[in-house]
Structure formats: structure tokens, C-alpha cells
Design a binder for this molecule. Structure first.
Ligand code: SAH
Ligand code: SF4
Length: 348
């Protein structure tokens, strides 16, 4: 089986090359090509032909290609549907902020967490993405738009902590000088709350921002929305968040999708404020996206304001997520589904 060359570090590549009987500097040359976004051995023109041929038999360079692209007419947001080397597809969104370009990446093809409001979860999990496939989403978007991405959010398709090892490898590659080179402080990782993995991540002591998709103040509502809550109830999750914030000194960002008549009452706001009291955190309210085939509706603007007012009065820091790319359905999971439905009327 050929090996994924991009998932290796420069040292690992060099080791392999030396074993193949070539001098160590060839390893650095190859790593240089990979960093520049090269996706074919034939482009590596400073390598001897024999080496290039041998590389082709032992390795492959996983890439992503742009299958479809949507450009917002309202702002700079671009949404991509990327095709992976085995024909699977994932989504990614590029957004422009005052501080630079931010990209939302997918970490899995699909997701097995089955949250009731989410389009990605509807088809289950197909497979994990490799570290290189995560990196390739950035390189491809950068090349396409002629820009440099300065921050990354792992909030696309998939549950990053359900693909822990590859995500960690990706984060290490991301901050390596020479390549995409984005520091941990410019990375956010969003999770539905896999408590054991949150503790594992805490031990890594990375300076990234942990976003936790909370979406409810108690077990009754949360278990209805997110099956994972039956395994890790709210108390255990919030205890892990407290420990995480205390250990890393990094503020937790709680995501809260406002769903009409489900989790958006004054009582929910009061209960949420009580639960989060004293924690180093911040709440991000998101008007829920309505998904075809799902019953939930988004809360009204008035409800959002009132909910946010209560949290603020109780001393919490709150932001309401700005909707970018509203005209291109920029929330992940929806476009891939739409495309599959276009291709097969029964939506499979
Ligand atoms: N699996 C991770 C990250 C990907 S989902 C997680 O769940 O955190 C990214 C974010 O989008 C999560 O906060 C998720 O709850 C939210 N989300 C999913 N479907 C949504 C919808 N229909 N409306 C609003 N937010 C949604
Ligand atoms: Fe998976 Fe996140 Fe969607 Fe839940 S919200 S199904 S964890 S991608």
C-alpha cells in the first residue's frame, strides 16, 4: 500500500529517502515541494527521474480538488465542495474578517454523533480525514483565491475529537514553519463534548481555543438534541470545561444554537447563566440554520436579543455570531447533501 507522503514530517521523509539510498538533502527538497502545494511527483523537477519514479510506487500525495465553489454576492465568503482522492466530498468555508482570512475546515466525511439539528450527521460517518487532507483544504483555497489564511476553525463537517490522532498531527503540521504556518492561538477546535478526549487535549496544553457545542442548559433538552449527552451529561462536560480552562488558562467558547421553542426561553437563559457562573468562558449565540428534512426553526431576532440580555445581566460575555455568506448556505453539511440529492433523487 503506498504511504501518504504529506502526513510525514520532514525528518520522517528524510529517513525514508536515506533508506532508499539517496542523500538526506533530497528529503528536504521533497518537503519543500510539498510545502509549496505541489501535488504531483512529476513537478519535483530537481529530483532525479529514478527517485521520482520510485516515490510514485511507494507514496501518494493526497490532495483535494475543487468540485464546486460558491461565491457570496453579499460579502467575500467562498464555500467549497472539495473532492478527496477516493471520490468522497467535504465542505469548507473561507471567510474574510478585518483581521484576515479565516477558514472553516472539515475533519471527517460525515459524522456519527447524530445531533438532531445537523445536516452533516444525517448520513452517518463515512471516514476520517487524514492530517494531510485537512491541510490540503487550506492550501487549495489559498491557491484558488491567491490569499493567505491566517486563522482556522475546525467547525466544518465531522467531530474533530472523534478523529483525535489525525487532528493532533494536523495541528502540529499547521504550525510548522515553511508550510501554512498558522500558530495555535489562531486555531479554534469545536466539539460536541467528548469528555475523555477533552481531558486528553488538556494534557497537550495547546494554546488553541476550545469551542464546546452546548446548545442546552440541562440534560433533558440536551439529550434530545445531542445523543452524546447520554454518554457525557452536562455536569461531566462542564466539569471537564472548568478543568480545561483552569489548566490551560484559555477561555472556553460555548456555542449555543438558538432553536425556536426548544432551548430559547428566558428560563433556559437563567439556567445557563447559573451553570456557567464563575467559569473562564464566553457564550456564542447562533441563530440555528434551518435544514431541509429537519423540523427545527430558528429563534426570532427578538428572542436572541432577550436571551443574550439575560446572560449579560448575569455577568457572562456574549456574542451573536455574524452571519457570513447567508446567500450561499454557508453552514457546513448542507451543500454536500444538496449535491447528493441532485445526483440521486432519493438523497442517498
Ligand atoms: N462536530 C463539532 C464541529 C462541527 S459542527 C461540533 O459539533 O462542535 C460546528 C458547529 O455547527 C457546532 O457548534 C454545531 O453544533 C453547529 N451546528 C450544526 N448544525 C447546525 C445548525 N443547523 N444550526 C446552527 N448550528 C449548527
Ligand atoms: Fe457531528 Fe457536530 Fe453535526 Fe453533531 S453538530 S452531528 S457533532 S458535526
Amino acid at each position: 500500500m503506498p504511504e501518504d507522503l504529506k502526513s510525514l514530517t520532514t525528518e520522517q521523509i528524510t529517513e525514508r529517502i536515506v533508506k532508499m539510498g539517496y542523500p538526506a538533502f533530497r528529503g528536504k527538497q521533497i518537503a519543500g515541494w510539498l510545502d509549496s502545494g505541489c501535488s504531483s511527483f512529476d513537478e519535483m523537477t530537481n529530483l532525479p527521474l529514478a527517485l521520482r519514479e520510485q516515490l510514485k510506487t511507494e507514496f501518494f500525495i493526497p490532495g483535494v480538488t475543487i468540485l464546486q465553489k460558491w461565491q457570496s454576492q453579499l460579502d467575500e465568503t467562498t464555500k467549497y465542495l472539495f473532492e478527496l482522492s477516493d471520490g468522497e466530498t467535504v465542505e469548507s468555508v473561507l471567510m474574510s474578517y478585518r483581521h484576515g482570512w479565516s477558514q472553516c475546515l472539515s475533519t471527517q466525511v460525515g459524522c456519527r454523533m447524530g445531533c438532531s439539528f445537523c445536516a452533516t450527521g444525517m448520513g452517518g460517518l463515512s471516514r476520517n480525514l487524514s492530517a494531510a487532507e485537512m491541510l490540503a483544504q487550506i492550501e487549495t483555497a489559498q491557491r484558488d483565491r491567491g490569499i493567505r489564511v491566517s486563522s482556522v476553525v475546525l467547525m466544518g463537517m465531522g467531530e474533530p475529537l472523534d478523529n483525535y490522532d489525525n487532528v493532533l498531527r494536523f495541528l502540529k503540521m499547521l504550525s510548522e514553519p515553511g508550510g501554512v504556518h498558522i500558530g495555535m492561538r489562531h486555531v479554534s477546535l469545536s466539539t460536541c463534548g467528548l469528555v475523555d478526549q477533552i481531558y486528553r487535549l488538556m494534557e497537550e496544553n495547546l494554546q488553541l481555543t476550545l469551542s464546546v457545542s452546548l446548545h442546552a442548559p440541562n440534560n433533558e433538552i440536551r439529550s434530545r438534541l445531542m445523543p452524546i449527552n447520554r454518554r457525557y451529561p452536562v455536569e461531566e462536560l462542564l466539569e471537564a470545561c472548568r478543568r480545561y480552562a483552569d489548566t490551560t488558562g484559555r477561555r472556553i467558547s460555548f456555542e449555543y444554537a438558538m432553536i425556536h421553542g426548544v432551548n430559547d426561553s428566558d428560563a433556559c437563559a437563567e439556567e445557563l447563566a447559573k451553570r456557567l457562573r464563575g467559569m473562564l468562558c464566553h457564550v456564542n449565540l447562533i441563530p440555528a440554520n434551518e435544514v431541509k428534512g429537519k423540523e427545527h426553526r430558528r429563534s426570532t431576532g427578538e428572542r436572541l436579543k432577550q436571551f443574550s440580555r439575560i446572560l449579560e445581566q448575569r455577568g457572562l460575555t456574549v456574542t451573536v455570531r455574524r452571519t457570513l455568506g447567508a446567500d450561499i448556505n454557508a453552514s457546513c453539511g448542507q451543500l454536500r447533501r444538496q449535491k447528493r440529492e441532485e445526483e440521486s433523487p432519493c438523497g442517498r
